[in-house]
Write a protein that binds this ligand. Structure first.
Ligand code: ZN
Length: 675
């Protein structure tokens, strides 16, 4: 591993933050980012860094502070405000205490902060405080874990690092570890850092560069050792599996439905790199995958063990998955029961579902309560594979006993990192929206994203779609819904992306105008393709997925007032929209028994790009109205917005007892009311 320090870049950080923070804090930001942007060093909020500096408090007095990584920040893109400042002198006084509970430690840290609104500092804050060095860097580097996760890790560390590093036996992060780390340093005051067995690496220095480069040097020693000692020739890459993605797409809905036991919903992430395929092909997969987490921090994301899911020769994948999941859950419950017995406080068990599923022939499947959580779990396990492969290549991968992992998994401060489960209406739901780049579709995308859904957005307008998808962190695909095969494949890609589908907002439409007798067949057919058949293709593809999941779902159609109250010259639009209402009722009828609810929204006169301004002006004129008055020509005398319509869709998406209905959002129009 090479140092990526650059004097020029370092200077640019100092200049960039010159008005808001001292140079040492700016350099702290710089090297924190160097460490945080290398996933073989830290992943997703892992690791922490600090600097001791001088800031002014609210009275203007200069105080010595510790600026340490705050929770909720990633080292890779940290800013100065991600390193909250605590009064260092006062933190040091805590060391005299014999013990300090976790709650008292959190409180002790918060009341020593300069900014009341700053994020909670790292759970390893006191470790940073009790060491005297100006800069401290901590990571869970893959190469270091392969060394410290060995039965003879301590002897190996001693051999590789001599007297340059102090070796700290494993104890959980918190007050006790902070004291132990300080004592280890004081016994060996010449060391450059600490090697924490079964946990990771700390380095320190008087400059940002020194601490960072000691970190890189220590990791490089571990890398060089692994390379030299690797007794096994690297195995040849296995033959690539034929279409692991297609196998995943057919399997994922079944897995997703069984995984949540029909109560909890997960997003799934599939990974299929050559390294993963090689790992899954290992003869010792069943044992080597059941050793545990590479560093205890990972347990809240991956659980202690993955589930190995072999489906190669099973005649009934559903039953095989069900059986394996039941066994996994029973073992998890037994582990919690066993470990809770030694606790005085009451333990509330977490869900017993696996987060990592290793499926030979398919890939690494990660599960999480949200799309981002499943991606994080997948990233972590990809690195766990690197650690296991390296550790096994020169020794034996060994991790902590289950009691230590349990303490970490059920540590309140660790669970806090996941954030309180937000009870949003569509949390964990995967929703597919057509015509998502504009008007009602875009308004729905925003509403549904706010409600917690993972979104798959499609539209023909690539630039607008991409922009919205980026804003909402949604998956997206440029798609013309009039192409049946493309639409059905797109639903399959949504399943490949998230592992399933819980609902659709079938919204895309066109509004052709012509006298009904004079309308040519081709134009009418095109309108039917988009305003009726595309809804049918989407609904049919969606119910296939929903049936496999067995968790119900919702189908929402954008109908129109034209279904009830046609306008002159608007037949090519009104006809398929009237049929769309019948389609909605048919799905409600035939799929209600599977818990699939089907409803439509009947909106009118919304400013969207469905009709251009000239068309609107013409329609308004034909009724003797100015354009703005045209939009307000309803019983309430108010213009209806795309957001009003999106609210109706959101309501129908979450209304547990409503199916086969049309919800009108048109400001009031008796002539168009459904009857
Ligand atoms: Zn750590």
């Amino acid at each position: 591993m090479q140092s990526r320090w650059s004097d020029a870049e370092a200077q640019s950080y100092v200049e960039r933050y010159a008005s808001s923070c001292p140079p040492d804090l700016a350099l702290r930001v710089y090297t924190s980012r160097l460490i945080g942007s290398d996933p073989s060093l830290v992943l997703h909020g892992g690791g922490n860094t600090s600097v001791k500096t001088v800031l002014r408090d609210d009275t203007g007095k200069e105080v010595e502070v510790l600026c340490v990584k705050g929770s909720g920040w990633d080292l890779g893109d940290i800013e100065p405000e991600g390193l909250p400042a605590l009064r260092q002198g006062s933190l040091l006084e805590l060391r005299a205490l014999p013990t300090l509970s976790d709650e008292a430690m959190v409180n002790a840290q918060r009341i020593r902060m300069l900014q009341a609104s700053a994020p909670n500092p790292s759970v390893e804050t006191l470790l940073h405080a009790f060491l005297p060095h100006k800069f401290i860097d901590h990571s869970h580097a893959d190469a270091i874990l392969a060394i410290v996760d060995q039965p003879d890790g301590e002897a190996l560390c001693r051999r590789l690092y001599g007297e340059r590093f102090a070796i700290v036996p494993y104890i959980m992060p918190g007050f006790a570890l902070a004291k132990l780390a300080a004592e280890s340093f004081e016994k060996n005051p010449h060391v450059e850092g600490l090697l924490l067995l079964k946990h990771g690496l700390f380095t320190f220095g008087e400059s940002a560069r020194q601490s960072y480069e000691r970190h890189i040097a220590a990791v490089s020693v571990a890398e060089a050792y692994a390379k030299k000692k690797s007794v096994h020739e690297p195995e040849p890459e296995p033959e690539p599996e034929p279409e692991p993605g297609a196998r995943f797409t057919s399997l994922a809905p079944v897995l997703r439905g069984l995984l949540g036991d029909h109560k909890r919903r997960y997003s799934l992430s599939l990974r299929t790199s050559p390294q993963i395929q090689r790992f899954l092909a290992r003869a010792d997969l069943d044992s080597v995958s059941q050793v545990g987490c590479a560093t205890p921090d990972h347990v809240i994301r991956t659980k202690r063990y993955p589930l190995v899911l072999r489906l190669e020769s099973t005649p009934d994948p559903r039953e095989t998955i069900r059986g394996l999941l039941n066994t996994y859950r029973e073992q998890y419950v037994a582990y919690v029961t066993r470990q809770s017995a030694r606790k005085t406080e009451r333990i509330v068990p977490l869900d017993p579902d696996p987060r990592i599923i290793l499926a030979p022939g398919i890939g690494l499947i990660a599960a999480g309560p949200s799309a981002s959580a499943s991606a994080i779990a997948a990233d972590i396990y990809e690195h766990t594979i690197s650690v296991i492969e390296s550790a096994q290549s020169f020794g034996r991968y060994e991790t902590l006993p289950e009691s230590d992992i349990f303490d970490m998994e059920y540590w309140s401060l660790e669970q806090k990192k996941l954030g309180a489960a937000k009870a949003r209406a569509l949390e964990g739901r995967i929703v597919y929206i057509t015509g998502a780049a504009h008007g009602i579709g875009a308004a729905c995308a925003r509403r549904f994203a706010n409600a917690g859904a993972a979104l798959y957005l499609v539209d023909r307008d690539a630039p607008r779609l991409t922009e919205l998808a980026q804003q909402l962190r949604a998956a997206h695909e440029v798609l013309d819904v009039s192409d049946e095969r493309a639409l059905r494949n797109s639903v399959a890609r949504c399943v490949a992306r998230y592992g399933g589908l819980d609902g659709v907002v079938s919204n895309a439409g066109i509004a052709p105008q012509a006298n009904i007798a004079a309308c040519d067949t081709e134009a009418l057919e095109h309108s039917f393709r988009i305003n009726l058949f595309a809804h049918q293709w989407l609904a049919a593809s969606a119910v296939d997925v929903m049936r496999d999941q067995g968790m119900g779902g919702f189908l929402l159609f954008n109908a129109s007032k034209a279904a009830w109250n046609p306008g002159p010259e608007f037949g090519p639009y009104a006809l398929p929209k009237a049929a769309l209402v019948a389609l909605m009722k048919q799905y409600a009828l035939e799929y209600g028994s599977l818990g699939i609810r089907c409803n439509a929204v009947n909106a009118d006169r919304i400013r969207t790009h469905l009709l251009d301004e000239a068309d609107i002006a013409a329609r308004a004129r034909s009724r003797g109205l100015a354009t703005d008055d045209y939009y307000r020509a309803n019983l309430l005398g108010k213009e209806v917005s795309a957001d009003d319509v999106a609210d109706a869709f959101l309501y129908l998406a979450t209304a547990p007892s409503t199916t086969g209905s049309v919800l009108t959002v048109d400001g009031g129009n008796i002539a168009a009311s459904p009857r």
